[in-house]
Ligand binder design. Structure first.
Ligand code: FAD
Length: 326
């Protein structure tokens, strides 16, 4: 009999990704309502210390699979180990963050398990008939599909910043189980050289607490330095609208919106961005939105908590200077 909500926890350099904490928080809520336990699985090398964080974030059971072959993510090894574990544990649902790793791992794993996958979901609810229902945007965000499955486990990837992270409860206790990594020889891939992660002194867009974002109003790639100066003073990530990305001013990984990243920082500063619905889809749940735009009729002012009608080339450097004084 299938039991529990399994979260595949993503960690990099022993730092748990925020999306995994979001999934644990939401799974905890559903677990409290349905009585199903939350089972968190962590793969990697030297990961013992992560068990306490995962337990404090809502897990009832933490499964650690610690092996040198899992130190870096590889599709084959992770799929092999998780396929066997899920067959053994028989969870009702398996949830993975819709990150680069999640997008690679989840379809492969679903295929091995012979189940369907609800991918890139932006909502999840307990359902009395089928246990869980997922919401995902379709037709370029014009409509939502609500998906579930009678087959177990129900599998889904959830977009980062869909759920808030609950405050950790250090007093929470979880059963911690260590499992051996059973990797089929055919799935073993060796990383011969290195895993290259682009070095950046700024926080990652989806995990940033403050984002300074620029749109077509930036007028060209050479002007992003004024946003970068502001970002460096306040410890922010830099984002962009699709118009800026399509113009080749910023790489796609910086795009915020329906076809870019979904972000939910405490502070989002939109500079020269009109506030198209597709942009709002990616940043509308930011806690405070500040808009700088020379057009007082710009739609971004309808969602902004604070609006500055003015030329961003004058306003942004002034803001930078003021923040430097703090
Ligand atoms: P514009 O709409 O051109 O706005 C530029 C703004 O800058 C204007 O409001 C102007 O007043 C202001 N401005 C100009 N000069 C200055 C100045 N000197 N100082 C201050 N303000 C100034 N868009 C996204 O952003 N993300 C997405 O993921 C996304 N996905 C999409 C998916 C689909 C299927 C479709 C159809 C569209 C998508 N778009 C997305 C595009 C979206 O519809 C808009 O075209 C885009 O967001 C506009 O970007 P913008 O606000 O930078 O440019």
């Amino acid at each position: 009999m299938a039991k529990g909500i399994m979260i595949i926890v993503e960690q990099r350099n022993l730092q748990i990704r925020k999306v995994s904490l979001e999934l644990l928080s939401q799974a905890r809520k559903i677990a409290d309502a349905t009585g199903e336990p939350v089972v968190a699985v962590v793969l990697g090398q030297g990961i013992d210390e992560l068990a306490a964080t995962v337990a404090a974030s809502g897990a009832d059971k933490v499964i650690l699979i610690d092996d040198a072959k899992l130190a870096e993510y590889t599709t084959g090894a992770y799929t092999s180990v998780l396929n066997k574990l899920i067959r053994k544990e028989e969870p009702q649902a398996v949830l993975i963050g819709n990150t680069a790793v999640g997008k690679d791992l989840a379809p492969r794993l679903a295929q091995r398990l012979g189940v369907g996958l609800a991918s890139d979901c932006t909502g999840m609810e307990a359902d009395s008939n089928s246990f869980l229902t997922f919401k995902r945007p379709i037709y370029a965000g014009k409509a939502f599909a609500h998906l579930t499955s009678n087959v177990r486990p129900i599998m889904a990837t959830i977009r980062p910043n869909t759920f808030p992270v609950a405050a950790p409860d250090a007093a929470r206790q979880a059963e911690v189980v260590k499992e051996a990594a059973e990797i089929d020889a055919a799935d073993l891939v060796a990383i011969l050289k290195e895993v290259a992660i682009a070095a950046s002194k700024r926080p990652e867009l989806t995990e940033a607490n403050i984002i300074v974002s620029g749109g077509r109003g930036m007028k060209g790639p050479e002007n992003y330095n004024i946003l970068e100066d502001l970002a460096d003073v306040v410890g922010a990530a830099v984002g962009a609208s699709r118009a800026a990305v399509d113009s080749g001013w910023k790489e796609h990984k910086f795009q915020v919106g329906q076809t870019g990243k979904t972000v939910a920082p405490t502070l989002y500063i939109a500079c020269g961005i009109s506030g198209a619905i597709q942009h709002l889809a990616g940043m509308g749940s930011s806690k405070f939105i500040v808009a700088i735009n020379k057009d007082p009729e710009a739609n971004i002012f309808n969602v902004a908590d604070y609006g500055i009608v003015g030329d961003l080339f004058e306003v942004v450097p002034l803001l930078t200077e003021e923040f430097k004084k703090l």
